[in-house]
Design a protein. Structure first.
Lengths: 123, 386
């Protein structure tokens, strides 16, 4: 089963981290990525720039409307993701519980919809 | 390279076909052999991944089929224990909403119809039907596993399972409609509790729950008269209690309490044991029961627990003291028929017949079980002046 882990947190926090804290955080995320690889779960994963660099695009009546900022203003923002392949939701929960998101972060697990060769959802 | 010869062969063929399309446009690569190998490998991985996904999807369909086959027929209480235990952990998975877990377990393992579950939760039947469909959909799409969780996951998964078994038993103990007791549901809850005890013999709360169920269910034959009308605990013929079941329940409870890790199910089991141990109603140790309810209010507070505590205090210290504790619960329990029935009973004991009659009438507005209704009507007739 493929899942995406959507990593949410308050992006206004952590900006004042010292270089040591930054290095420690990088190390934790590197270790976590390695853990997913060692388990054979890892397909992809990226960190995202904060939402003030986001652009939201809508096409309405044929016109492209471009707005600065994220789709929705929320208390916690999407900060990154992993795409994984693991046997069941239990392994996905176990793996996302190990993520170094800190005391206020959370991870949303979404199963990936896959399509067969005729373009039908393969389930 | 890949182990599966057929897939490797197909992949190489696809890679050559790809080469015939791509090379004329982009030119022949520097190392054509390596290009073919890499392309073939990528194709094979894609294909293996697709096949594996299909296999996993098929396995999930198996889970839902198992749910359907066990849940379809109300009288189907057969089935292999291991399957049912796997099913209960699937139905009680924390990724499902709590109301969906209970509903799915009642449907799949308890054999209740969608309509009965809807009435038990006081929601319209289409709402409950949709809740069940959504839960099954999530089991399939999110790949909630069909298995007993590994040992390290059991402690966090167990309380949810116990809560569901307790609710199944309760629906059997005081059925929403039909006869007062639905023995099949009680038996099923007890059977499932025994299974979980076997699975986790060191967990005292499961044994506490099993003991509670056995002690309550031991009174099943004494709880109704030949017409099916409810008989209260103090009016029951205690010779008709199932004393073998009581003995088993008491032994299991003692074993659980010996672990010295009490919890809400062991406390409720201990209360049931005090009733079971009393040869006559007047021998009941009400002060001890009230003390156990005090602890239950501390560990798992709820208005219903407080109501039971008020009744125990009324029995220990007199109806007036109990009635004083009813007033603060009125807002939260006004829709609960047993609140009004218990209040009516205390007025009756005090000879305050007008107030008793009013409370019986309010209970009659809310009661759904016909056997309880018959009982309340008789009491109302006794309280009303002729």
């Amino acid at each position: 089963m493929q899942y995406i882990f959507l990593i949410y947190g308050d992006e206004s926090e952590g900006g004042s981290s010292s270089p040591d804290e930054m290095a420690k955080s990088m190390q934790e995320w590197g270790d976590y990525t390695q853990y997913l690889k060692d388990k054979g779960y890892h397909l992809a994963g990226e960190a995202l720039h904060p939402t003030h660099d986001a652009t939201t695009v809508r096409v309405r009546d044929g016109k492209t409307i471009t707005t600065d900022g994220p789709f929705a203003e929320t208390k916690e923002q999407l900060g990154g993701f992993y795409l994984v392949d693991c046997p069941s939701l239990d392994e996905a929960i176990e793996a996302s519980a190990k993520m170094p998101v800190g005391p206020d972060g959370s991870v949303e697990i979404r199963p990936i919809m896959l399509f067969d060769e005729e373009g039908q959802p393969s389930s | 390279m890949l182990g599966d010869f057929d897939i490797a062969e197909d992949a190489v063929q696809e890679a050559f076909a790809q080469a015939m399309r791509v090379w004329p446009e982009r030119g022949i690569p520097d190392n054509p052999g390596a290009w073919i190998t890499t392309t073939a490998r990528n194709r094979a991985i894609d294909r293996l991944r697709r096949e594996r996904t299909l296999r996993e999807k098929t396995a999930q369909l198996g889970v839902v089929e198992a749910l359907e086959s066990l849940g379809g027929d109300e009288t189907d209480v057969s089935g292999i224990p291991d399957d049912r235990l796997r099913l209960i952990f699937t139905c009680c998975h924390p990724a499902l909403r709590m109301d969906a877990r209970v509903a799915l377990t009642l449907k799949t393992l308890g054999g209740l119809t969608t309509g009965e579950i809807a009435r038990a939760f006081l929601v319209p039947e289409p709402t409950m039907a949709q809740r069940l469909v959504r839960a099954k959909h999530k089991i399939r799409q999110a790949a909630i596993p069909y298995r007993v969780p590994p040992a390290e996951l059991l402690p966090e998964r167990l309380p949810g399972v116990l809560a569901v078994l307790y609710l199944v038993f309760n629906e059997g103990y005081a059925a929403t409609t039909g006869p007062l007791v639905r023995t099949d549901l009680c038996d099923e809850a007890i059977r499932l509790a025994r299974l979980v005890v076997t699975l986790m013999p060191d967990e005292p709360e499961i044994r506490g729950l099993l003991a509670l169920m056995l002690l309550q269910h031991s009174r099943r034959d004494a709880r109704t008269d030949p017409l099916g009308t409810m008989i209260l605990l103090e009016d029951q013929d205690r010779a008709r209690w199932d004393h073998a079941m009581i003995d088993e329940g008491l032994a299991i409870l003692d074993g659980a309490l010996a672990a010295r890790r009490p919890g809400p199910y062991q406390l409720q089991g201990a209360i049931a044991a005090l009733h079971a141990r009393a040869p006559r109603p007047e021998d009941t140790d009400w002060p001890q029961i009230a003390a156990l309810y005090d602890r239950l209010v501390d560990t798992s507070p709820s208005p219903v627990v407080e109501l039971n505590r008020a009744v125990a205090i009324a029995m220990a210290d007199g109806p007036e003291r109990g009635l004083a504790l009813f007033a603060p619960l009125e807002d939260e329990l006004d829709e609960y028929h047993l609140f009004h029935a218990a209040r009516a009973d205390l007025f009756r004991r005090l000879g305050r017949n007008d107030e008793a009659a009013a409370a019986y009438r309010r209970a009659l507005e809310l009661v759904t079980n016909p056997r309880q209704r018959a009982f309340l009507q008789r009491r109302l007739a006794e309280a009303e002046p002729a």
